[in-house]
Write a protein that binds this ligand. Structure first.
Ligand SMILES: [Zn+2]
Length: 173
């Protein structure tokens, strides 16, 4: 079990016996590139073979999202919710990089459910059909993240990068 201390004082965990705090980020660019290479690629194979440099922790108390470097074992970047301004609503983000985010629990349900039905979902099916409440776009300088509702395409919330010097975050494994 891994733990992580949030700036707000909350202790985050990666256990699956309740609310999980670990998230997986899937860049649209990476998904579409892999589908182009192999349309038959199974979601599960894609997911377990990915070499990710970071994992992502979400604090349910203060809604901060923390990016942790797996190699260095430190929190690299922190994002926290910002109030949406009028100029945000008019910002054109179509050219920003897009990504999707799933919690450990969501992915567990997804894979477990498919496993019991003996259904092997391809990455393409995951991309095109698997439900997600929000999609995200990150600004070119990576200081802001806009979240849009998938069904309405409306701006739902915004994250901004918090000033932060990476230090030992008290991760205990
Ligand atoms: Zn927190």
């Amino acid at each position: 079990m891994a733990r992580l201390g949030c700036n707000c004082g909350n202790a985050l965990r990666d256990t699956t016996d309740g609310e999980t705090d670990v998230y997986y980020i899937f860049p649209k660019e990476e998904i579409t590139r892999e589908i182009q290479k192999n349309q038959e690629l199974l979601f599960w194979d894609f997911h377990v073979d990915r070499e990710t440099e970071c994992d992502y922790w979400y604090c349910h108390r203060c809604k901060r999202m923390m990016e942790c470097s797996l190699a260095k074992g430190v929190v690299e970047r922190i994002y926290k919710p910002l109030r949406i301004s009028d100029s945000d609503k008019n910002t054109d983000t179509h050219l920003w990089k897009e990504f999707y985010s799933y919690s450990d629990n969501e992915l567990f349900v997804l894979t477990e459910d498919n496993f019991t039905k003996n259904y092997k979902m391809t990455l393409q099916e995951f991309y095109e059909k698997y439900p997600r409440k929000f999609f995200y776009r990150i600004s070119p300088d990576e200081t802001r993240i806009f979240a849009y509702e998938t069904t309405t395409q409306k701006l739902a919330f915004i994250y901004g990068q918090e000033e932060w010097t990476p230090i030992d975050p008290d991760i205990q494994k």
